[in-house]
Design a protein around this ligand. Structure first.
Ligand SMILES: [Fe+2]
Length: 446
């Protein structure tokens, strides 16, 4: 690893110019940079795996990705949640091929090496008859993911044993996440929805944390056919003209380690139209969230590096980089287990029409992200940086105690630059210890 840092220091900070809002095109396609990202970002950050309600019983498991690494997440016989790299320790074969299920053991289809839910090697054929050397089974268990933790039902894990606790990693972002997670007794809709796009993972991530700018142009056709947002509200008239979009009031929040989002304030129309806003009338939820947070209509969030959280439509979409130019998306839709079944069905229908492979917005966005990835790959254009400078120098933080520090502006590129700043910080330091010391914090945050 140390050689890697000798080369990496300064290299990556030069590729992100936060003062002028410029981002080097090469970070989206260079195969060596992608390998560094797998080590230095996806090898260190807390990454979302699943919602706890997807693993209600002992032996329940899911096959997921952490970055590009296939991982089995399961509930053990002791009720704890485990995460193992999905690779047999004998020949490296992919052990578990199913998306989800329930089991007592994971048995490799090649030579039948067999592991229990904790990852321990418990059986292998011929142990007594044909192995001349003695097999120490305790040394040949599945490779464990270093830390697994949960936050209000969301399961995260990190490959880095030195990473701070999940609570510390999320920090002030928890204030934003709670806007979704405190709305009711949320559970995941069963089933797996995953798909791929020919995009670098960073284009969807930088969109997610705060890109209202694209709404009137990218999603114009969806609004013109009266498409309802994921929460069931049609807001076409407010989004078709750029000047109308600019009139919507909201804020941008940036928190440590590259997380952030933008959020718009609720309006009478949105409140009354959306069945998913009914939590606003629940005094217990109001009490937990407080009046300022309850005044937010919806927030599009990015938990750095790659988890999209849509609070309005209760969707979580993880974007995993399976190559520099190919990304796997996996969606978790949360519904209120106490809501009417018709409301739950409405939410599933709206969500499927909005984000996911059949979603109008997903297709609008995906077409652009794929074409951006093609564009930044062009050899003749490679030295022209991308422009991420809207609002540079205008991000005044408000610290009034009503929320973590926020910028009272909805349309800007503050989150994008914040994310790329965090990207360069993760890519330029040798350890979590150093990162804890040196990472950027928003003004007003001690
Ligand atoms: Fe979009």
């Amino acid at each position: 690893m140390s050689d890697l840092f000798d080369n990496a220091i300064n290299k990556y900070s030069k590729m992100i110019d936060t003062e002028n809002g410029l981002v080097d095109r090469k970070i989206f396609t260079d195969p060596e940079i992608y390998i560094d990202e797998l080590n230095l970002i996806f090898g260190r950050c807390w990454l979302y795996l699943a919602h706890e309600s997807e693993l209600p019983n002992k032996g329940d498991y899911l096959s997921v990705l952490m970055g590009a690494t296939p991982v089995i997440v399961c509930r053990g016989a002791d009720d704890k949640i485990y995460a193992h790299i999905n690779s047999c320790t004998h020949r490296g074969n992919t052990l578990c091929r199913a998306d989800r299920g329930n089991t007592k053991v994971f048995r490799c289809p090649y030579h039948a090496w067999t592991f229990d839910l904790t990852g321990k090697l418990v059986a292998l054929p011929g142990e007594k008859q044909v192995y001349d050397c003695k097999i120490d089974k305790s040394k040949w268990g599945l490779i464990q993911v270093a830390q697994v933790s949960t936050y209000k039902g969301l399961i995260f894990a990190t490959f880095d044993s030195e990473a701070p606790s999940l609570e510390d990693y999320l920090g002030d972002m928890r204030w934003g996440l709670d806007l979704l997670l405190e709305q009711g007794e949320l559970v995941a809709v069963p089933g797996t929805m995953r798909w791929t796009m020919n995009t670098n993972w960073k284009f969807p991530s930088d969109n997610t944390g705060g890109d209202l700018y694209h709404l009137f142009s990218t999603h114009r056709s969806a609004f013109l056919v009266d498409h309802s947002d994921g929460d069931g509200v049609t807001a076409a008239s407010e989004h078709l003209k750029f000047s109308d979009l600019c009139a919507i009031k909201g804020f941008t929040m940036l928190t440590a380690y590259g997380h952030g989002y933008n959020a718009d304030y609720s309006s009478k129309k949105l409140d009354t139209d959306s069945v998913l806003s009914q939590w606003r009338k629940n005094p217990e939820v109001q009490k937990k969230l407080g009046s300022f947070r309850s005044s937010i209509h919806r927030a599009n969030q990015n938990i750095f590096p790659n988890l999209f959280v849509a609070t309005g439509s209760r969707e979580l979409i993880i974007r995993n980089p399976i190559s520099p130019t190919k990304t796997e998306f996996r969606k978790t839709l949360l519904i209120d287990s106490k809501a009417d079944s018709e409301v739950q069905r409405m939410q599933v229908r709206n969500s499927n029409r909005h984000f996911g492979p059949s979603g109008l917005f997903e297709q609008d966005d995906g077409e652009n992200w794929e074409q951006c990835t093609i564009g930044v790959s062009d050899i003749q254009a490679i030295n022209q940086p991308l422009h991420y400078g809207m609002g540079v120098g205008n991000g005044k933080f408000i610290v009034d105690g009503g929320s973590p520090p926020r910028i009272e502006s909805l349309i800007n590129e503050h989150y994008q630059l914040w994310m790329y700043r965090a990207w360069s910080e993760f890519m330029s330091v040798s350890s979590w210890e150093q990162l804890k010391e040196s990472h950027s914090k928003p003004q007003g945050v001690v």
